[in-house]
Design a binder for this molecule. Structure first.
Ligand code: SF4
Length: 118
């Protein structure tokens, strides 16, 4: 079986072909070794980070950008987005501030990536 995927480790976006032979992964199309690691992770344990923004408490038009402190398994992204959607942090919010600790038991935090003073 051959899987096709696009490496997202850099803007080059190499188109990878991943097959299996004798119990080993064979990867073609990568311009560098990062593509090998990316393809192996995609097959064995695909993970993603996410970035979005939420309104601050009391001002529906003032937004603070947030992201996760690290990547999570891909199938956790939408439940975590749901949990983030109800977030309304109260200003002041500091860049790097943890807004949700260990979100949904994922082991990663939701952190602010922008400072909002009021
Ligand atoms: S294989 Fe290397 S060069 Fe190609 S997209 Fe991935 S990181 Fe970039």
């Amino acid at each position: 079986m051959i899987d096709k995927m696009t490496c997202i480790q850099c803007p080059a976006g190499c188109e990878l072909e991943v097959g299996e032979a004798d119990g080993r992964l064979e990867i073609r199309g990568n311009e560098c070794e990062k593509g090998v690691e990316f393809a192996q992770n995609e097959i064995r344990d695909p993970r993603r980070n996410l970035a979005t923004s939420v309104p601050v408490k009391g001002n529906a038009t003032r937004m603070v950008s947030v992201r996760l402190s690290g990547p999570v398994p891909r199938d956790r992204i939408f439940p975590i987005l749901d949990a983030i959607s109800g977030l309304r942090p109260e200003p002041p919010v500091r860049r790097g501030q943890v807004l949700i600790s260990d979100v949904l038991g994922s082991g990663v935090d939701v952190i602010a990536t922008r400072t909002i003073n009021e």
